[in-house]
Every structure is written in structure tokens, then in C-alpha cells.
Design a protein around this ligand. Structure first.
Ligand SMILES: Nc1ncnc2c1ncn2[C@@H]1O[C@H](COP(=O)(O)OP(=O)(O)OP(=O)(O)O)[C@@H](O)[C@H]1O
Length: 498
């Protein structure tokens, strides 16, 4: 997102109005300059037309959460870009009068904290606190950190000790609603890393750290170290030192969109394979549902096609007897059962989101881009048709409101008619209303869509071998496969079905 922001100038203001609607007002006044005000001045002096774009969005107040605001920012930015305004810049985004936690808690109850939203001021403070100052002074930072041991899934903290690491000037690569992410090189190990710094909400245990400690897989981002520090106001920040990846899938896709070309189909296949492989691990080994699969949370290296899932800030181990918040996951990627208010949803919400991501890579734009929660459902219905009674009860048995617009669906076949029928099969098996009818990540890996990378003696196969994407740990990654099916499944994971 920072890359986009860096290229954009203007002002976005979010307001709460009296009638419990969150008003979004956008006013953009520049076309090409990096410094909006200067450019505006220059343009008026030279008599050139100053472009003024205003966007208004009415959002129901109950959706006024940090994630939602972030969605809206992305929506506004992508609208500007998609509207051909590539060179318009936003020099900052202001959030005004946003009543966040209180409103959120009314909806989610106090049981589940998702994360603490950061104000713009706090993000600025966090950057200034260490990194911006550091950048000017080129000073080396020394930190006492807890080392996470990936072999034992333990950390030094449990054994009562810290070690010292140091690193120099850092580059801010991302700031989301909850943290600031910078990249640097650890001097002692010469390893390039990303450091994600998040504000610690004293009331809750940080679930992202707890989750990351459980992970050990080539397709999930690895935790190397972590440390805590306080600012001058006594606020505690947790920093997670993570494996570095060159870019997010969002940035990778924007690269092709800006060039007005498509992402190569083979590259998409590699990322799709590793996404399902990562999910198969997450869902079956630590038993975690990510709950926020989207292009921004998938990291890639286009040189090797390596791929890792990141941002476990919303991840949770879902227990069948415990309710979970339905207000989760970024809107474009949100499974329909969440829109139906289900609180007993399963890991299969990640499969829906993954299918939306793959569809977006093919299309160059989101498949379902609703402007609000309800509109999102309408966008889904436009393509998938109206859900049947069975499908509705599969999504949420308590849902009683059955009024839907009567429209003839475009269908997935209609949208993807130019694509390979194998990718259409993948999408039709995963974009199903009924969560139980959606293929599991392992079933997706067995689809003929992936045969191309399984065939020996091709460049693609060599790339796949280099990434070791056909290596599965039988005890863990395939531990849930019934023993009678194990050898066939193993063979099918390695070789194309003939
Ligand atoms: N390990 C990493 N290597 C390189 N870049 C990273 C890494 N982790 C995160 N980033 C960059 O930082 C961005 C934000 O990271 P992340 O999603 O973890 O933060 P967040 O504060 O939870 O964001 P959001 O609130 O938008 O979900 C990512 O989209 C990516 O561009």
C-alpha cells in the first residue's frame, strides 16, 4: 500500500455524520506532482486545469472497524487508479471522528480482540520513533531480542534469555492499520529481514506472536526474533523480525496492471499451488484459519516464484463449539457465510478468499468488488446466482431473511470463458456457497490445473523442484489423509494424473 500512497497526492477525509453513517469524502487536487501543494500552485499559476476528484461513500456505522477503514482506503485508491488516474497522488489520509473500539466491541462482544487500530498520528510516531530518525542519522540500532527456534518451535524467552542483534538504516515497506513494516539487514547474520512493529494492547495477549511461534513451513512467513520496547508515552510495541520477501502479490499484480499486460499464467499457477499448500499446512498442522487471505498478505519473489503467506494478525484456531466474529477478512475476499453473519464458520473461508485472489490474478482486478458488506453479496450473486435454501442453511442455519434480487447470473464460465478450462474447474470447485462443498486445499492441489508443473523435463518442473513444492511431510502435512488413500495421494501430489 505504501508504494501506491507514495505515488498518490491529495487528502482523504473520513467523517462520522449524525445519522450513524460514516461519510467518506475524498478530495484530490493534483495530477502528476509528488508534492501536491506545490504542483497545485504551479498549475494554477500556469493556468492549467487543476483536477478535483471527489468520492463519497456511505458506510453503515457498525462496520466502522480498523479493517473496514483500511478496505475503504484501498477501494478509493484502486478506484482512482482504475479510473486511469495513475499519476494522482494522495499526500496523506486523515481519519476524522472514527469511533472504533467501542463500536467494534458492541458487535464482536469482548471475547475476541482482533487487534488494536492505529491512528495516523501513532503510525507516524512509530516510524519517527526509530526508523525515520535512524534513516537520517544512519545510526546502528542495538536490540536485545528473543530468538525463535524453528526446530523446536520454542523461543529463548521460555528459557529465560535474550541475545543481541543490530541493524542499520531501514526502509518502511508497509504500514497497515495495525503496524509498521520495515526491511533491514541483521549485521550479525547478514540476513535480510522485515520487522513488523505493532502496538501492544495491554488488555490482550498478542495472538499474532503466539500464532507465528507455531508456524514452520516454506509457504508461511517465518519468525526469527521478537522484542518489546516502550515509547516516551509508555506505550509498549512488539516487533516481529520476519523472513524477508521482495514484494506482496498485490504489488506484483499492480506491476502488470500498470504495464497493461497480464500476469503470466504459469506464474499464477505457481503462486496458487503454494497458496493451497500453505493453507493445507495451516488448516491441518497447527489447525489455524488465517481469516485474512488477500493479495496484500501474500508475499512473493518473482525471480524464483517463491511464495509465503504473511500477516497472522487475524488468524485463529477455530473450535467447532466456540463462536467466532463474522466481521473478519477484507471485503472483496470475504466468504459469503461471513456476510450471512455466521459465527460457526470453518477454515473453508480461507479457500473462498484464495479463489478470489486467483480470480483477481487472472482478471487484473477483484472478481467481487462490493462497495459495502451488502453490496459485496450482490456482486457475488450477480456472478454465482441466488443461493439455494440448502446453500443458505449451509452458510448460516439461523439466517431467515431470504429476499434476493432476481437476476440472471453471469456465471464463472461467462467471466472466465477465455481461460484454460482447468483453472475454471479450480474456481468452480472453490467458489461454492456451501462451505462443505468447497474443495479443501489438499483436494485443490490434486486438480489437473497443476499437472503442468508436475510434468518432468520442463522448465516449470525444474523451477518447482528448486522450490521443493512437491515435498510433503507425510506425518504432518498429510497426517489428516486416511491411510488407505495416502499412497495414491502422495503419488498424485508428485506426478500428473494420466
Ligand atoms: N516479511 C515481509 N517481507 C517483506 N515485506 C513485508 C513482510 N511482511 C509484511 N510486508 C509488507 O508490509 C505490508 C503490511 O504487512 P502486514 O499485512 O503484516 O501488516 P498489517 O499492519 O497487519 O497490515 P494490514 O492492517 O493492512 O493487514 C505487506 O502488505 C507487505 O507489503
Amino acid at each position: 500500500m505504501t508504494d501506491v500512497l507514495r505515488n498518490l497526492v491529495g487528502k482523504i477525509t473520513f467523517r462520522n455524520s449524525d445519522n450513524l453513517q460514516l461519510k467518506h469524502k475524498t478530495s484530490i487536487q493534483s495530477t502528476t506532482s509528488n508534492t501536491g501543494q506545490e504542483k497545485k500552485k504551479r498549475k494554477s499559476e500556469t493556468g492549467e486545469k487543476v483536477e478535483d476528484v471527489k468520492l463519497h461513500h456511505d458506510i453503515p456505522n457498525f462496520n466502522n472497524s480498523a479493517k473496514y477503514i483500511n478496505d475503504i482506503e484501498n477501494l478509493i485508491i484502486s478506484k482512482l487508479i482504475d479510473g486511469g488516474k495513475e499519476s494522482i497522488a494522495v499526500d496523506h489520509i486523515e481519519h476524522v471522528d472514527i469511533s472504533d473500539r467501542k463500536t467494534d466491541e458492541k458487535v464482536v462482544g469482548k471475547k475476541e480482540s482482533i487487534s488494536s487500530k492505529l491512528s495516523k498520528e501513532r503510525v507516524d510516531r512509530m516510524i519517527n520513533f526509530d526508523y525515520r530518525y535512524n534513516k537520517i542519522k544512519q545510526r546502528i540500532l542495538h536490540k536485545k531480542v528473543y530468538k525463535h527456534d524453528h526446530k523446536t518451535n520454542a523461543d529463548k524467552k521460555n528459557h529465560g534469555g535474550t541475545i543481541d542483534i543490530s541493524y542499520s538504516a531501514t526502509e518502511v515497506v508497509g504500514h497497515g492499520s495495525f503496524g509498521v513494516v520495515v526491511t533491514t539487514v541483521i549485521i550479525e547474520t547478514e540476513q535480510k529481514v522485515a520487522i513488523k512493529k505493532v502496538l501492544q494492547d495491554k488488555r490482550y495477549k498478542n495472538r499474532e506472536l503466539e500464532t507465528m511461534k507455531m508456524l514452520r513451513h516454506p509457504n508461511t512467513i517465518g519468525l526469527q526474533y521478537y522484542f518489546y520496547e516502550k515509547d516516551e508515552e509508555d506505550e509498549v510495541y512488539l516487533s516481529l523480525v520476519l523472513d524477508y520477501m521482495p514484494q506482496s502479490l498485490y504489488q506484483r499484480l499492480r506491476h502488470f496492471v500498470h504495464l497493461k499486460t497480464e500476469m503470466p499464467r504459469l506464474e499464477i499457477k505457481f503462486y496458487a499451488y503454494q497458496l493451497f499448500k500453505g493453507l493445507n499446512y495451516l488448516h491441518n498442522v497447527p489447525g489455524i484459519c488465517h481469516r485474512d487471505i488477500k493479495p496484500q498478505n501474500l508475499l512473493v519473489d518473482p525471480a524464483t516464484f517463491s511464495f509465503k503467506i504473511c500477516d497472522f494478525g487475524s488468524a485463529k484456531c477455530l473450535k467447532p463449539d466456540q463462536p467466532n466474529v463474522s466481521y473478519i477478512c477484507s471485503r472483496y475476499y470475504r466468504a459469503p457465510e461471513l456476510m450471512f453473519g455466521a459465527t460457526n464458520y470453518s477454515n473453508q473461508i480461507d479457500v473462498w478468499s484464495s479463489a478470489c485472489v486467483i480470480a483477481e490474478l487472472l482478471l487484473g482486478k477483484p472478481l467481487f468488488s462490493g462497495e459495502s458488506g451488502i453490496d459485496q453479496l450482490v456482486e457475488i450473486i450477480k456472478i454465482m446466482g441466488i443461493p439455494t435454501k440448502d446453500e443458505i442453511s449451509g452458510m448460516n442455519p439461523n439466517y431467515e431473511d431470504h429476499i434476493f434480487p432476481n437476476i440472471k447470473p453471469i456465471t464463472l464460465v461467462g467471466v472466465f470463458k477465455e481461460e484454460d478450462p482447468d483453472v475454471l474447474e479450480l474456481l468452480t470447485n472453490t467458489l461454492r456457497y456451501h462451505p462443505c462443498e468447497r474443495s479443501t486445499p489438499l483436494k485443490c492441489l490434486l486438480l489437473s490445473y497443476f499437472d503442468e508443473i508436475k510434468r518432468c523435463d520442463t522448465d516449470a518442473h525444474a523451477k518447482a523442484q528448486y522450490l521443493r513444492i512437491f515435498d510433503f511431510d507425510v506425518k504432518t502435512e498429510l497426517g489428516h489423509v486416511p491411510s488407505v488413500e495416502l499412497s495414491t495421494t502422495e503419488a498424485q501430489l508428485k506426478y500428473p494424473v494420466t
